[in-house]
Design a protein around this ligand. Structure first.
Ligand SMILES: [Zn+2]
Length: 410
């Protein structure tokens, strides 16, 4: 009988095995599908907590990391034919009972989800072109800033943002209205005569309370310095640390932009390291057309396949072995996955929905998380509810709300 089977390829250090065991526990909790673990037992320093194991010896010349990539890119040769498989990296964690819905999205031979950035941002991490070194200072400053930003925002959200989702949306709206007001009145703030003149003859839109009332019906209590929603819910308290937060954002991200998201995007763009050294190397090394720099490449963390994918995997495997002996290339499977996709002309294919390989990027400026409501990319206006979360860094970071949430699920 044709089955839908999850498969891992893992071997090596105790830490890697522990990561895998964590992932397996969540997967078993949320799905009832069979799971196969492909491994090279001779390499394992920890115990795999599973009984359905396929032991495949790997070449001795490979490091443990290379060996697990070796196994991963040979999967259709290893697992029994006739089934549909969903491969998971060990740092992909099931977080919902709908994780197994992933199989409904299969169309042969393979189906991958997208990575979180265009391939030109990935390029400096795939080959040793020295672009990262060149921009390291810039990059580190960016990470530092983002970290401060996130901490400041987390504190702020914890203390101030209304917990109910409706209030949350109203709050975000209110914040925008206040920013608009500040923006519109920035001239009158500098010219006191003009301010009084306008307040006398054209009170709206230069009076704070009236402005709020007209843009959403908010009530401004000027004595207590609080703003209430139409139903009396407290949305904003001027006595809270909000001013610190805005000041921080303005100082570092928004010297001339009033809208935070735009400013963040600008900040991000100015810090990103991009290049096409990977693309050039793919063209030269494998003699195939150069991938588009702005093409958003596939992520190797989750993919569906069956026995019809052999040709795809043969190419991926062969390319990967070639780069293992090329010092210019980092020893990973993602760059050769890009090469394989472009060689097969599959770059236009529909990807797997993001919820099945949701990349929880610790450093993302757009991505925000609230344990009660989920992930958001538009400042809590809409939410994403993933089924499989890819924790590719900060795995096990107990200070990270996303990790705390993952641990609390089972
Ligand atoms: Zn480069």
């Amino acid at each position: 009988m044709k089955e839908n089977i999850f498969v891992y390829a893992v071997c090596g250090s105790e830490k890697h095995i522990a990561t895998f065991n964590f992932s397996l526990r969540h997967l078993k909790y949320f799905t009832g599908n069979p799971v196969i673990v492909v491994t090279d037992e001779a390499r394992n320093k920890g115990k795999i907590n599973h009984d359905n194991i396929l032991n495949v010896p790997t070449p001795h010349s490979l490091t443990d990391k290379e060996a697990s990539i070796w196994l991963k890119t040979r999967l259709p040769e290893i697992v029994p034919p006739g089934n549909t498989y969903c491969y998971l990296d060990s740092d992909v964690i099931a977080v919902s009972g709908r994780a197994a819905d992933v199989f409904m999205h299969f169309n042969p031979p393979v189906k991958f989800a997208l990575d979180h950035c265009p391939s030109d941002e990935f390029s400096p991490w795939a080959v040793r072109c020295e672009c990262i070194e060149r921009d390291r200072e810039k990059h580190e400053r960016y990470l530092l800033l983002m970290n401060q930003y996130r901490q400041s925002e987390e504190k702020y959200i914890e203390r101030n943002v209304p917990k109910r989702e409706v209030s949350y949306k109203r709050f975000i709206h209110l914040r925008d209205v206040m920013t608009d007001f500040k923006w519109k009145t920035s001239i009158t703030e500098k010219n006191i005569m003009l301010k009084y003149f306008l307040l006398l003859f054209r009170p709206y839109p230069y009076r704070f309370g009236t402005f709020l009332k007209r843009h959403g019906g908010y009530e401004w209590d000027r004595w207590k310095r609080r703003i209430y929603d139409t139903d009396g819910t407290l949305l904003y308290d001027d006595a809270d640390p909000y001013p610190d937060f805005t000041r921080f954002v303005e100082e570092h991200f928004a010297p001339e932009e009033s809208r935070k998201i735009l400013a963040e995007r600008k900040a991000r763009d100015s810090f990103k390291v991009r290049c096409t050294h990977l693309h050039e190397s793919i063209r030269n090394k494998f003699n195939i057309p150069e991938p588009e720099p702005k093409w958003r490449h596939w992520n190797g963390g989750v993919f569906l396949f069956n026995e019809t994918a052999k040709e795809f995997f043969e190419t991926w495997h062969r390319f990967t072995l070639e780069i293992f002996s090329d010092p210019y290339w980092e020893k990973r499977d993602q760059g050769t996955l890009i090469a394989t996709v472009w060689k097969q002309g599959m770059q236009e294919r529909n990807p797997l929905p993001e919820v099945f390989n949701f990349i929880a990027d610790y450093n993302s400026e757009n991505l925000k998380f609230d344990p009660g409501n989920g992930f958001t990319r538009d400042n809590f206006s809409t939410y994403i509810h993933p089924h499989l979360v890819h924790v590719y860094h900060h795995f096990g970071d107990k200070n990270w709300p996303v990790w705390k949430w993952i641990e609390s699920l089972i």
